[in-house]
Design a protein around this ligand. Structure first.
Ligand SMILES: O=C(O)CCC(=O)C(=O)O
Ligand SMILES: [Fe+2]
Length: 449
């Protein structure tokens, strides 16, 4: 059987040797990834151990792969893509009536700032309702949850939109659960604790689907001279600058993302580096050209924590295009709000349990997973998903300040988040929309790092 980490049999990936694999993703002196190809993985491969091996390799190097034979029917995808473009073609005022706000993270927006620059896009976020029942009215009290509540356009404004989006959403939920299982198997070899983690995530995930529309940006933009057009929201070359991006560099916060790209416009890029100092170096960004019919998968921050840093939560960005429109849709598969994401026991050396973090290779360890990859000392404090999520969107929608990062949960980082999280969990109600004012006294406490 081919084990995860045995890259010589990984099929779709580059020719990395054992040493490079052990050293994970910091493979060269500059910390860049050597392989050039984003792996393509066939979910219908009957050789499950090879599949798991490929997933392990993709998640621990690029943190990105393209999935073919993923099982979501092309008719479902086509209908969803049509629904997306119909939505963004609605009059601006209609879209604005669905705008998200400081106490509701769901809805429409066109004013996302990353590092004080406006992202060149419009978006609509739709997530699993608090009731988990898509048939209730959006504003039904039972639908409230930390993320807020959905704001669908009415049936008159956008016929069939709700039905088509929910259908695609549910397919993504099923696929995510399947992928999370494979990723977890790749790490653990079937440890029971991890099975419970997967069950909790499948039953109570707090996932959401983001629909993105990137207008053209540049001299040929059809928006240049049309202040009165239906996208009358300031996306003209007058407001673009040379550094304008569709989305600025970021990592996805959840466990994994299923991204539906646009076959016509290829502008998603993944970083070949880890160190944020390289962000401005265009040569170190690699375009993820979508394979027709594929879905692009990437690992998120919570998978990185669960894998004890073995999996990579990759930095990625979206360029603007001077002439083409682009539509994309990431589905973010997120744990339940109550879940403390922590490194799987099967990814940590046993020494850890005895308080000795020195030995990373754990020779003689009889845990099944040590066949798969060298075990590491414990690298992360438990991270409450509801806390991480609340801070991420509070950072987007309020004046709360700097974005929370997983590095602040690294053991030894001495970040104030561990203490804030402890105080937050004592008082938080995950059945109501997050309100930064209610928790400000905890989140803005002294010694913020
Ligand atoms: O549009 C894309 O291809 C990527 C979108 C993305 O990274 C995001 O919304 O988090
Ligand atoms: Fe992203």
């Amino acid at each position: 059987m081919n084990m995860p980490g045995d890259v010589s049999t990984a099929g779709s990936s580059g020719a990395m040797g054992d040493k490079e694999q052990r050293e994970g993703r910091t493979l060269s002196a500059t910390g860049s990834i050597l392989a050039n190809e984003i792996p393509v993985i066939d979910l219908a491969n009957p050789d499950t151990s090879l599949l798991i091996n490929q997933i392990f390799h993709a998640c621990s190097t690029w943190g990105f792969f393209q999935l073919i034979n993923h099982g979501i029917p092309s008719a479902t995808i086509n209908a969803f893509q049509n629904a997306m473009s119909s939505f963004f073609a609605l009059p601006y005022d209609t879209k604005l009536s669905l705008k998200r706000n400081a106490t509701n993270a769901r809805g429409y927006f066109d004013d996302e700032l990353t590092k004080r620059k406006r992202d060149w896009k419009e978006a609509l976020d739709v997530g699993v309702p608090g009731s988990r029942d898509w048939n209730l009215l959006d504003l039904d009290d039972r639908n409230a949850c930390l993320d807020g509540y959905n704001k669908f356009p009415s049936e008159e404004e956008c016929p069939n939109f709700r039905e088509v989006v929910v259908e695609y959403f549910n397919k993504c939920s099923e696929l995510s659960s399947q992928l999370a299982t494979l990723m977890t198997l790749a790490l653990s070899g079937g440890n029971m604790d991890e099975e419970h983690f997967l069950e909790r995530m499948e039953g109570a995930h707090t996932s959401y689907l983001r629909m993105n529309y990137y207008p053209p940006c540049g001299e040929k933009s059809e928006l240049d001279n049309t202040e009165e057009n239906l996208h009358n929201n300031g996306f003209s070359t007058k407001t673009a600058s040379s550094g304008t991006l569709g989305i600025s560099p970021h990592r996805d916060a959840g466990f994994l993302t299923i991204l539906l790209q646009d076959d016509e416009c290829h502008s998603l890029q993944v970083a070949r580096f880890e160190d944020d100092d390289h962000i401005a170096d265009d040569d170190l960004w690699v375009t993820v050209h979508p394979v027709p019919g594929s879905l692009t998968i990437n690992t998120g921050d919570m998978a990185m924590i669960c894998s004890n840093g073995r999996f990579r939560a990759p930095l990625h960005r979206v360029l603007t295009d001077p002439a083409k429109k682009r539509y994309s849709a990431p589905y973010f598969y997120n744990p339940s709000y109550e879940e403390f994401c922590r490194p799987f026991a099967s990814c940590c050396s046993k020494e850890n349990e005895e308080g000795d973090n020195q030995n990373d290779t754990a020779p003689g360890n009889t845990d099944k997973s040590s066949d798969f990859h060298p075990l590491q000392s414990l690298k992360y404090h438990p991270c409450l998903w509801g806390y991480f999520r609340a801070l991420r969107f509070a950072g987007d929608l309020t004046d709360l300040g700097v974005e929370v990062q997983t590095s602040q949960f690294r053991i030894g980082s001495e970040s104030s988040h561990i203490e804030k999280q402890r105080r937050f969990v004592e008082v938080v109600d995950f059945n109501e929309p997050f309100n930064v004012e209610k928790y400000r006294y905890i989140l803005e406490s002294e010694g913020d790092k």
